[in-house]
Write a protein that binds this ligand. Structure first.
Ligand SMILES: NC(=O)c1ccc[n+]([C@@H]2O[C@H](COP(=O)([O-])OP(=O)(O)OC[C@H]3O[C@@H](n4cnc5c(N)ncnc54)[C@H](O)[C@@H]3O)[C@@H](O)[C@H]2O)c1
Ligand SMILES: O=c1ccn([C@@H]2O[C@H](COP(=O)(O)OP(=O)(O)O[C@H]3OC[C@@H](O)[C@H](O)[C@H]3O)[C@@H](O)[C@H]2O)c(=O)[nH]1
Length: 346
């Protein structure tokens, strides 16, 4: 418990980063920036790919095992000359030539990360080791999408990056939250020992179009339930809080972090905080006032409160979220209506 004021001060290295590809300093030909996005067929990853592909100087390579992601999320890029999609599991080494790595590969919804916890922790630990090995070999900068779950069930509120967290090391969520904590450790060890250029984003709950309909996370559950006319399942006690960030804001924050000069960790999230009952009431009012709200059993170790302190993101990245929950929910509703085939009432 408590905070550590030295966190962030002794974590950088003076060791020079490994040499990038000679093409980066080529005199006659400025080659495109080659960017690897692991987990790029998933929810946040595919939106990140869309944004990176807007820049004609970027070549994007996605590596994904399609556990929770799908090619459908990337269909507009398949066949594009600056885009490449590889079916690859990050627990295996990957030998390619890239300049930047956005390392997102990892199931994020609790029902999916708990489904095969041993695989989840391997993905976080061995997967991150493999991507750091790749970054070291080719001199690439690497960004890890860590999570607000590294704060566990936080005893400090809102959570600044200096907070060390309150995490159960042997619980059903540990494969994910401890896994991400080890992934952060590996990032800093490679940075200090080998001079790798690292960036760590601590992402808070993010929502938006393209989340799997049956993803199991709260916003996608409530929207799908409201559209199907089913009760909104609020897990008890319903007073637990989360802070929800719209995906376009998240992607903007991740790119700023990658392009900026700070290693992080930096919280990226929307500080607007809601109880799960308030979230259900908002979804009900905006999408289907006829649905009931039903209280159901919760799962072990559910964090009771979560809200990012984004002072660092504001100061160091000039970033803050723009989309409020009540503006973001209708954008997600539209996408879910299309995919579920539920027309809007006139
Ligand atoms: N969405 C959020 O609220 C949130 C919050 C905190 C952190 N994050 C982090 O952001 C990243 C993306 O999350 P998301 O919400 O887009 O989840 P997602 O489940 O939609 O995407 C994860 C992607 O990683 C792929 N993947 C999983 N294991 C893999 C493996 N071993 N090898 C290769 N690919 C693999 C999946 O198939 C999927 O495409 C994750 O690292 C997650 O931990 C997300
Ligand atoms: O149908 C539901 C689903 C969930 N919930 C509640 O909603 C809250 C949020 O649950 P979610 O499953 O959406 O996500 P969590 O906040 O528990 O974890 C998420 O946090 C950050 C990321 O790393 C991951 O995307 C995910 O682990 C919890 O309190 C949960 O009990 C409901 O009330 N009803």
């Amino acid at each position: 418990m408590g905070t550590n004021s030295s966190n962030g001060e002794h974590q950088t290295t003076t060791k020079p980063p490994p040499m990038p590809s000679p093409l980066r300093n080529s005199k006659f030909f400025q080659s495109n920036m080659r960017i690897l996005v692991t987990g790029g067929a998933g929810f946040i990853g595919s939106h990140l790919v869309d944004k990176l592909m807007e820049n004609e100087k970027n070549e994007v390579i996605v590596a994904d095992n399609y556990f929770t992601g799908s090619k459908d999320n990337l269909k507009k890029w398949i066949g594009h000359p600056r885009f490449e999609l590889i079916r690859h599991d990050v627990t295996e080494p990957l030998l390619i030539e890239v300049d930047q790595i956005y390392h997102l590969a990892c199931p994020a919804s609790p029902i999916f990360y708990k489904y095969n916890p041993v695989k989840t922790i391997k993905t976080n630990v061995i997967g991150t080791l493999n991507m750091l090995g790749l970054a070291k070999r080719v001199g690439a900068r690497i960004l890890l999408t860590s999570t607000s779950e590294v704060y566990g069930d936080p005893l400090v509120h809102p959570q600044p990056e200096t907070y060390w967290g309150n995490v159960n090391p042997i619980g059903v969520r540990s494969c994910y939250d401890e896994g991400k904590r080890v992934a952060e450790t590996l990032m800093f060890d490679y940075h200090r020992q080998h001079g790798i250029e690292i960036r760590i984003a601590r992402i808070f709950n993010t929502y938006g179009p393209r989340m799997n309909i049956d993803d199991g996370r709260v916003v996608s559950n409530f929207i799908a339930q409201a559209l199907r006319g089913e009760p909104l399942t609020v897990q008890k006690p319903g007073t637990q809080t989360r802070s929800f960030c719209y995906v376009s804001d998240m992607v903007d924050g991740l790119i700023r972090l990658m392009e900026g000069e700070n290693t992080g960790p930096i919280n990226i999230g929307n500080p607007g905080e809601f109880t799960m009952i308030e979230l259900a009431e908002n979804v009900k009012e905006l999408i289907n006032p006829a649905v009931e709200i039903k209280m159901v059993e919760n799962t072990p170790d559910d964090p009771r409160q979560r809200k990012p302190d984004i002072t660092k993101a504001k100061e160091l990245l000039g970033w803050e979220p723009k989309v409020k929950l009540r503006d973001g929910l209708p954008l997600m509703e539209e996408d879910f209506r299309l995919r579920l085939g539920v027309a809007k009432k006139k």
